[in-house]
Structure formats: C-alpha cells, structure tokens
Design a protein around this ligand. Structure first.
Ligand code: PEP
Ligand code: MN
Length: 263
C-alpha cells in the first residue's frame, strides 16, 4: 500500500504537557471532547532536563485523572518513566507513553511488553530509525504488539527549533512496518507558531495521528508553555484538519472511539 494511504482513522491526542490540577485538566478535557479530539494526553511523571523544574504531580494526579475520566469518559495517554510506575499508572492511563529519554531503556521496554496497555514509543532524540524499530521489538517480543511510534524531533545543529522534526521518517516507517505512526509537532519544534503547519504537514506525509500539547493559558503552564497551543488554536487546528483529511482520503477518528482500541 502507498504509505500515504492508511486504513486507520486519523487520531488526535491533545492535552497539557503536565497534569497540573483538576481545574486545568477538566477545562482542557471538556474542550477536546467538544472538538472531537480522540484522546487526552497529560504527563504525571515528567522527565525534566533540569532537576529544579516541575517534576509532575506523580501519584497525586491519579485521583484527578480518575475524576475527569469518570465525568467525561475520555481516554488518557500518559508517560511511564520507570518500571515501578507501570501498575499504578495503568489504572488511570489507557496508553503508556515512553518518552524520548527512555527509548533506550530496554528493561522498561521489556516490562511494557509483558502488560496489555498499548505503548506509544517516542523516538529517542538521537535515534536512527533502525534503533527505534529495534526498541519497538523489545515491547513486541515481550508479547505486547499494541505499539505505536511517535516522531518527536531529533537533535541536529539547527537552533531555531527545539528539535528538528523528521517528517520523512513517516513515509519511511509506513513502508517498513504496520504500527500506527504519530507525529508530535509540539516537542518536534518547541514553538507554538510551528505546531499548526507541521501538524498539517504530518497528516499530508501520511501520519496516523498527532500528539499535541495544549494549555488554557500557555504562559502559566508549569512545563513546555512555549510550545503549547491555547484552546482556540486547538479549535483552529481541528477545523483545518477536518478540511485537509478528506482531500488526503483520510478521516478523523470518531470522537469517543479511541483509535488504539482497534489495535
Ligand atoms: C512529553 O510528551 O511530554 C514528552 C516529555 O515528550 P518527549 O519524551 O518527546 O520529550
Ligand atoms: Mn512536554
């Protein structure tokens, strides 16, 4: 099949970089539900470069998530940073994300292979595509084939953007493997002004979905505010995607039906 033609509905996963409070999470969750976004994202355990930076709410976020999920029935994608979190996090998250810094953490990948939640595996910030696929094999060989990959930019000499988003990775991977391939233009650029054009470009390149950081008040975000869309900007992105996707022979995943439930 041509890499641009995917049989999967296009999924959008959006939410704050970090879960900060019930108030912020519920505001974002209500908006994404109104906009027909497929699933909510939100970090509970954060891998921050600077140890002085906000490290995530940890276990105290679980009750916030449980409440928002009970009220709205959304699915949550959240990052697991250590094997000791798998059990507890699985009770509130529907997809376990492995961040860029942990793509090479093979013991974590092996443990994720032994459990049933889908795994969203981000590309290591200096990983060759081949290394990334080998990392995915650690999960699959453990017995869990529900893996999706997420291109989130790699480190290059260019300083205008936080990372260099490698969109060529999308059609290359689509021609090699059957996993859904997502793109994260938020971390991929680090700049909110680039999120919309790169999101549309990712769809045009054949991606199966997007991971987007959103915050009701990006200037106040406890992490990654510079790359977060506000809720109006997310609405604009969804509107443009709804125009673009049919031209590409694709459709947006139905609201409330998580794209990964069919994996
Ligand atoms: C994130 O999605 O919040 C995140 C930390 O991403 P990455 O691992 O790609 O930096
Ligand atoms: Mn982030």
């Amino acid at each position: 099949m041509h890499p641009l033609v995917s049989s999967l509905p296009f999924c959008v996963i959006a939410g704050p970089c970090s879960i900060e409070s019930y108030e912020v999470l519920t505001q974002v969750a209500r908006t994404i539900q109104d906009l027909g976004v497929t699933a909510l994202r939100g970090g509970i355990y954060k891998m921050r470069t600077n140890p002085e930076s906000f490290q995530g709410l940890g276990e105290s976020a679980y009750s916030i998530v449980a409440q928002v999920k009970q009220e709205l029935g959304l699915s949550l994608v959240s990052e697991v940073t250590d094997v000791r979190q798998i059990k507890g996090l699985s009770e509130v998250a529907d997809v376990l994300q492995v961040g860029t810094r942990n793509m090479y953490n093979y013991e974590l990948l092996k443990e994720l292979g032994k459990q049933e939640k889908p795994v969203l595996l981000k590309r290591g910030l200096s990983a060759y595509l081949e290394e990334w696929l080998q990392a995915a094999n650690y999960v699959i060989q453990g017995g869990n084939s529900r893996v999706m990959l997420c291109e989130r930019g790699i480190r290059t000499f260019e300083r205008e953007t936080r990372n260099t988003l490698d969109l060529a990775a999308v059609p290359i991977l689509k021609s090699k493997v059957n996993y859904p391939i997502l793109v994260d233009p938020s971390h991929g650029t680090g700049r909110k002004d680039l999120v919309l054009p790169m999101a549309l470009a990712a769809a045009a390149a054949g991606a199966d979905g997007l991971l987007i950081e959103v915050h009701p008040n990006p200037e106040k975000a406890l992490s990654d505010g510079a790359q977060a869309l506000d809720l109006f900007e997310l609405e604009d992105l969804m509107k443009r995607l709804r125009t673009l996707l049919p031209a590409l022979g694709r459709r947006l995943s139905d609201p409330g039906i998580p794209f990964f439930s069919s994996l």
